[in-house]
Design a protein around this ligand. Structure first.
Ligand SMILES: NC(=O)C1=CN([C@@H]2O[C@H](COP(=O)(O)OP(=O)(O)OC[C@H]3O[C@@H](n4cnc5c(N)ncnc54)[C@H](O)[C@@H]3O)[C@@H](O)[C@H]2O)C=CC1
Ligand SMILES: O=C(CO)COP(=O)(O)O
Length: 323
């Protein structure tokens, strides 16, 4: 009988809790929370409906012993968290980023931050259509696990697949990370169109054409544009750009109804990664000379620079072009 691996999940937000729950079926799991909780705590504030299975140990001390480490903090906190972990972990322990976003100011994707803060360490990215609550409750789901090294990602996919979360391997980490980051921005745009009562045709057009924009950007940056049409791109958009359960989509709906972003965020204590990713993605398009008209107007809608109706007119006034 093979012994179970020791997996550390860093970040006890909704997604960290959910991953800890599903992985506890195949591994000894340690769940790290930045905010200490009393001994014996079995429910966590970010997913209060869920009772943690017995196999999960909750701690606020960063682990030094683990076979695999999952990083599940908001993207803007990834740099500090991985720097702190790097001091403690053996150099060959693989890390998996589960963040969907880009770092403000540096334009960096999660694996680039990890390469800088944890040089030489094997690393992969996990992304896909996964509402935390469903994964935590053991409902079936799938996601993509990507790293450039084929044998490494193949083995890691085998080790992290659980009875209810099926992982597909990919060797396009750039495409998977951009897909995960962009889908949050596109979900906000889809929400805005619904909040502003522009109809379901508009939402479908935004999703499809913004997917095409992101695929162009992925290609220009050296990834595979077709990754945008897999679980991490189209799959996650089917989920988050149509479902009220998405924080990014619901933020977009509120924006479309005329609220401003500061007021919406002030009412929440959870991340909506798309708000910070949008301006970075827009600038990335400019840097690689890729046209991203929908991402650009979503960014300006979030900052209050455009109203939904001005955005609609700006997009519809563009000259005709080939699909
Ligand atoms: N919730 C979901 O369904 C999914 C979320 N994700 C991604 O996972 C990442 C984490 O999201 P959630 O768990 O949903 O967030 P959340 O909003 O539920 O919780 C965020 C957690 O991170 C902690 N945190 C905040 N700033 C931090 C920092 N600077 N350093 C360390 N910890 C910090 C908070 O205390 C909290 O525990 C995001 O990138 C998100 O896009 C990915 C897939 C599904
Ligand atoms: O990434 C997610 C599902 O795959 C969660 O989406 P939200 O962050 O928009 O809630």
């Amino acid at each position: 009988m093979t012994s179970q691996p020791r997996i550390a999940v860093i970040g006890a937000g909704a997604w960290g809790i959910a991953l800890a729950c599903t992985l506890s079926r195949i591994a000894h799991v340690t769940l790290w929370t930045r905010t200490p909780v009393p001994d014996g705590t079995r429910t966590m504030p970010h997913l209060p409906q869920v009772t943690l299975p017995d196999g999960i140990t909750v701690t606020s001390t960063l682990p030094s012993e683990a076979d695999i480490v999952l990083l599940v903090v908001p993207t803007q906190g990834l740099r500090d968290t991985s720097l702190a972990l790097q001091q403690r972990l053996k150099p060959d322990v693989p890390v998996v980023t589960c963040c969907k976003g880009m770092e403000q100011g540096t334009f960096m994707l999660p694996l680039e931050i990890i390469a800088q803060t944890m040089p030489g360490r094997p690393a992969a990215v996990l992304s896909g259509p996964n509402f935390a609550i469903e994964v935590a409750q053991g409902m079936p789901a799938a996601a993509t696990l990507a790293a450039a090294d084929l044998p490494f990602v193949t083995e890691l996919t085998r080790r992290l697949t659980t009875p209810t979360l099926r992982l597909y391997a990919s060797t396009d980490p750039l495409g998977v990370q951009l897909a995960g980051a962009a889908k949050n921005v596109i979900a906000i745009g889809a929400g805005i169109s619904v909040g502003a009562k522009m109809g379901e045709n508009a939402r479908a057009a935004i999703i499809t054409r913004a997917l095409a924009e992101t695929a162009r950007l992925v290609n220009a940056m050296g990834g595979e544009g077709r990754t945008m049409y897999g679980l991490a791109g189209m799959g996650d958009l089917i989920l988050t750009a149509t479902g009220a359960g998405s924080r990014n989509y619901s933020l977009g709906v509120a924006l479309g109804r005329g609220e401003n972003v500061e007021d919406i965020l002030a009412k929440r204590d959870t991340v909506a990664e798309g708000v910070l990713t949008a301006p970075t993605l827009k600038k990335l398009g400019q840097r690689f000379d890729i046209e991203t008209p929908i991402i650009n107007v979503i960014t300006r809608l979030i900052s209050g620079e455009l109203t939904p109706h001005q955005a609609r007119d700006e997009l519809l006034d563009r000259p005709p072009c080939f699909e």
